[in-house]
Design a protein around this ligand. Structure first.
Ligand code: M6R
Length: 609
């Protein structure tokens, strides 16, 4: 959701904070702002729209100071506007706050501030309530005021707070929204995400829930909710700052599509010894524990949920155990059957998706063993899990998830294979076949990537369509959901995906002359059945863009256009067949002039319910 950055040190804080905000813009981008302690007191500048608008606004101003906080917003309370943009100040103008999250009891607090203290509000946000609350409690002791305000707040928050009376101090608070502290030489940082400050620091403190941090240029103190100081190990970031740059690609999404062979190679080979045995570092589950599980629950949101749908088929087949999949926002309110014999798998790129985190906590409360599949090292989901299976995709910046998805799929296969072997239910020859096939996936994706130009031409042909359907059967149905999500989130084309066999039970009524139906027929086993479904929609006027294996040329008799993928075992096709759909979505969105890396109304990391 929103991105926050703060700096305290010798350099000009406004330059550093604005640069950090640019690196966080993927987290939210409907307005941006900065608050700076200067020799003349607190200066706040904020503007609706992209960070560029903020930069244009302050160009030519001499904004100079050694302490600043900044924010890039994804609106929750109140529409995107200059007034609702962060930072927000208290009525004295001395306290400024940036906030990522939602204060659930903000209405009660607001009414109390109005009725008891006569506070006047200037925005519709919950964040202004925080600033006013701190202001009410401030009588010369900045830290105490923040602690008192936080005690009254319910909900999720990552906060950065500064006070004009104390230009040598930056305070940050975390509850259920990501927050890290960067440790520099003679300077320190706060941020909601590592890329914001990676240019300056590699030593990080991961802040835990209900902790408050007090930073000066030369010190960082972390306190728990009881105001007792706590010790924290330094976390060293090993990935390269360049990994979060575009490296000549027009968009992060395209770069990340191209990084899939590498990400998949990393995710597989880092977990395999020379004999092809899976070595799950960081996972402490014993053989006995695996044998005792009677159910697996996979819970996630969006693209990660689609990875879970494939995970269900794969784990059921390889490990011989029943798997349920659910979207996190539904799971947590459904009182699901979960107990100490359940393995709960949370999948999340960011590791900060609030619905997924809440579902994980619910499963934990019910006694389940928690295994998470996460990309961002040290994220909340990772930290709250019993075992973590990291995807080694590297930082994913584009809002549309691509390389995180394919590496999540790889994890599903590795978990299924590992469990199947541990339980003794998987024949060694089957295990070896899967491993051999998985190891060929990166080069098969490289083959697909060579078709980028042809797929871009198809995008030119189809980008003006108002409705695009996706159909598939079995695992191809799950791939069709993901292909459709990719397309709609970045191109804004109305798109719908459905299991092909379900079409005739209602949805086929929507097919008419010129409806484009992207038909995924990647599995040999279901190919003939898919041909029948393709015929059904073709007979009703649909145009067909089909996706099949190279040998299944019979599809050409039905389809207007075909994208071929290399031959592979049916069971691993989802790893390959999604790639042309990502490329298609990308080029359709490009043709339509969309802002691909930052689609409207979306944010990379969804840290609100
Ligand atoms: O960070 P997570 O994997 O938990 O995020 C889950 C979804 O919000 C995410 O996959 C979303 O659907 C993507 N924008 C899809 O491209």
């Amino acid at each position: 959701m929103c991105g926050i950055v703060g700096y305290i040190g010798d350099e000009n804080a406004s330059d550093i904070v604005i640069d950090g905000l640019k690196r966080l813009e993927y987290r939210g981008y409907d307005s941006a702002g900065i608050a700076l302690c200067t020799k003349d007191g607190m200066m706040v500048r904020k503007k609706k729209g992209r960070i560029k608008n903020l930069e244009d606004m302050i160009a030519g101003e001499n904004l100079y100071g050694h302490l600043a906080i900044g924010h890039t917003r994804w609106a929750t309370h109140g529409a995107p506007s200059d007034a609702n943009a962060h930072p927000h100040c208290d009525r004295s103008g001395k306290i400024a706050v940036v906030h990522n999250g939602i204060v659930e009891n903000f209405m009660q607090l607001k009414e109390w501030l109005i009725s008891e203290h006569g506070v006047e509000f200037h925005s519709e946000t919950d964040t202004e309530v925080i600033a006013q609350l701190i202001g009410i409690f401030y009588h010369g002791d900045f830290e105490d005021a923040v602690f008192q305000a936080v005690e009254k707040m319910q909900g999720a928050y990552g906060l950065g707070v500064i006070c004009a009376d104390e230009p040598g101090k930056l305070i940050a608070v975390r509850k259920d929204s990501p927050l890290i502290v960067g440790l520099g030489e003679g300077c320190n940082f706060i941020a909601s995400d590592i890329p914001a400050i990676l240019k300056h620091v590699r030593k990080i403190y991961l802040i835990e829930n209900n902790e408050t941090v007090v930073l000066t240029a030369s010190s960082v103190k972390i306190y728990n909710a009881e105001r007792r100081e706590v010790h924290r190990e330094v976390f060293n970031v090993t990935w390269d700052a360049d990994a979060a740059e575009k490296e000549g690609y027009d968009h992060f999404m395209l770069k990340e599509i191209h990084e899939q062979p590498k990400g998949i190679r990393n995710t597989i080979t880092r977990r395999m010894d020379e004999e092809g045995n899976i070595v799950l570092d960081g996972i402490r589950m014993t053989k006995e524990e695996i044998e005792n599980f009677n159910k697996v629950y996979i819970v996630a949101c969006g693209t990660a949920y689609h990875a879970g749908l494939i995970g269900k088929t794969v784990i059921e087949k390889l490990a011989g155990i029943s798997v349920e999949v659910d979207v996190a926002s539904e799971f947590r309110y459904r009182d699901p059957f979960v107990d100490e014999n359940t393995l709960f798998i949370a999948i999340s790129q960011s590791g900060e998706t609030l619905d997924t985190l809440a579902a994980l906590r619910e499963a934990k409360r019910k006694g389940a063993r928690i295994l998470s599949v996460v990309n961002v090292v040290g994220s909340s989901v990772a930290r709250e899990s019993d075992d973590v299976f990291y995807t080694w995709a590297g930082p994913e910046i584009a809002v549309a998830s691509t390389k995180a998805y394919t590496t999540q799929l790889v994890c599903m296969y590795l978990i299924g294979l590992y469990m199947g072997r541990a339980k003794g239910s998987l024949e060694d020859s089957v295990y070896r076949t899967y491993i051999e096939e998985l190891l060929t996936v990166p080069e098969k994706i490289e083959e697909v990537l060579k078709q980028e130009r042809q797929i871009a031409d198809l995008a030119k042909k189809y980008y003006k369509r108002d409705n695009i359907f996706f159909i598939g059967r079995g695992m191809d149905a799950a791939v069709s959901y993901e292909g459709s999500l990719k397309l709609k989130e970045i191109s804004y084309i109305n798109s719908f995906a459905i299991a092909a066999g379900e079409l005739k039970h209602g949805t086929i009524a929507l097919i008419e002359d010129g409806t484009l139906v992207v038909s995924i027929a990647a599995q040999d086993r279901l190919f003939e059945k898919m041909l029948s479904n393709i015929q059904e929609v073709k007979a009703r006027g649909a145009d067909i863009l089909a996706l099949a294996k190279e040998s299944n040329t019979a599809v050409e008799r039905q389809a207007d256009d075909v994208i071929y993928i290399p031959e592979c075992m049916d069971e691993i096709t989802p790893l390959i067949s999604i790639v042309p759909l990502q490329i298609l979505a990308y080029y359709i969105a490009k043709q339509r002039g969309c802002d691909i890396d930052k689609p409207k109304n979306l944010a990379k990391s969804v840290t609100v319910e």
